[in-house]
Design a protein around this ligand. Sequence first.
Ligand SMILES: Nc1ncnc2c1ncn2[C@@H]1O[C@H](COP(=O)(O)OP(=O)(O)O)[C@@H](O)[C@H]1O
Ligand SMILES: [Mg+2]
Length: 505
Amino acid sequence: MSGVKRALTPNGWTLRTRLVAALTAVSLLVCAVVATVTLLALHTSLTGQLDDQLAAAASRTATAERPPGDAPHRPSDLPAGLRFLGAPGMGVGTLGARLVDGTVTDAGVLDSSGDLLQPSFAARSALTRLPADGQPHTLDLAGVGSYRLIAARTPDGDVLVTGLSLEPVNRTVVQVAGVVAGVAALGLLAAFLAGATIVRRSLRPLNRVAATATRVAQLPLHQGEVALSERVPAIDTDPRTEVGRVGAALNQLLGHVADALVARHRSETRVRQFVADASHELRTPLAAIRGYAEVTRRGHEQVPGDVAYAIGRVESEAARMTTLVDDLLLLARLDAGRPLAQDEVDLSCLLVDAVNDARVAGPDHRWELRLPAEAVVVTGDQHRLHQVLANLLTNARTHTPPGTRVTVSLARTGRRVRIGVCDEGPGIPAELLPVVFERFARGDTSRSRAAGSTGLGLAIVSAVTEAHHGQVRVDSAPGRTEFTLELPVRQPRPLEPHSPLTAVR
Ligand SMILES: Nc1ncnc2c1ncn2[C@@H]1O[C@H](COP(=O)(O)OP(=O)(O)O)[C@@H](O)[C@H]1O
Ligand SMILES: [Mg+2]
């Protein structure tokens, strides 16, 4: 319904429709004005000619009235009052009438056989309203038709009316009107067709510019390295034309955008490279710190209690920092699109191992594993997939109280596998849920702080899953939190780097 409404309102019309409609409307108006003026002029001119003939007939009437001597042409069969109609030159259809004291005494119209036809009563009474001024007037006489009439007074006071039918004039005007209408219709059709063709041709460059803009709009420009090579074709960038100016400006804009995107990509790459380099460089000193702390702790000499405590703290914080640095390095590598390994990964085995590890780390939780009967094998990076599962299981352990049941399930549907990690813990806080996969997003409970939370675990889950062309989602409510991971069984293409420019160690 609204579509129909929009189609009928000019606002919803395309430029092409509007131009063609305007052109057709203007043509229609011009045709109407020309036709009206022509027909009016024709009518006036024909009526003028008729008036000349009428004036001649009226003067013959006056002459015929003048007695005596000049005998009427056909005196015999005309009534006495209308004898003037028999004067030579009175044509068929001529109307004659005599009014005495404002009343029609005689009236008749000459027919083709020379007889007189009697006008109707209404026509006769209409004749009485005619002014006797010797000027032509138009009257519609019922039953007789439209007439031009002249009324003149005779010397003895009678009024004589002479009239000629307007019917030939009207017929000619109607015929000419028909011809004009036909020609105008053809002209309008021609104007419409020519207009539509011309407008379509004129708008073609604009369509090409719009097509370029549409193609650019569909490019994924929001991230990564973008090759923005789309440009408006050179023929549509002539600055002397309107469309050319739009095309040239669009090309200039696209040039700027392309430059900006290259600059953005360079700076992104630089930041990524910096994070990767920094993480990489930090690993060696961290390993040294951990090593020295361990050596000191295990040293044979007894160290005072507070020193032993301090060394223990140094060791645990160094271990935490190592995890953080490893996570950062992994994310930087995934961002850079570093190729992942393409192993044949037995997910069933991987799950068994991961759940066993979790059982050891969290003996107070109740761990359940549901596997399909046959082994599920996918292509992917075994290490990374193991890390994904470990992160999810660690979360299920560290963000839930002891005794919570955690169910890990695996299912294969067609070309995809689904891994579910579901716990019956308190759930993810509502304000955290929308951003839970973002980097450094974490709940601020004392439990998670104590668990050495970094906020990178789920970011890694998400990045690794995406690199495997899979999806991860979470549904969480108090009492039930479920992470669902979907992976394709076969990787669609070799796992390639997103950007060959970026080399991260
Ligand atoms: N199973 C879960 N139950 C409750 N909260 C969770 C669960 N998994 C994740 N979270 C919340 O999501 C946050 C982000 O998790 P993650 O990215 O792994 O970081 P981290 O575990 O290092 O805090 C956690 O801090 C925690 O608040
Ligand atoms: Mg975590």
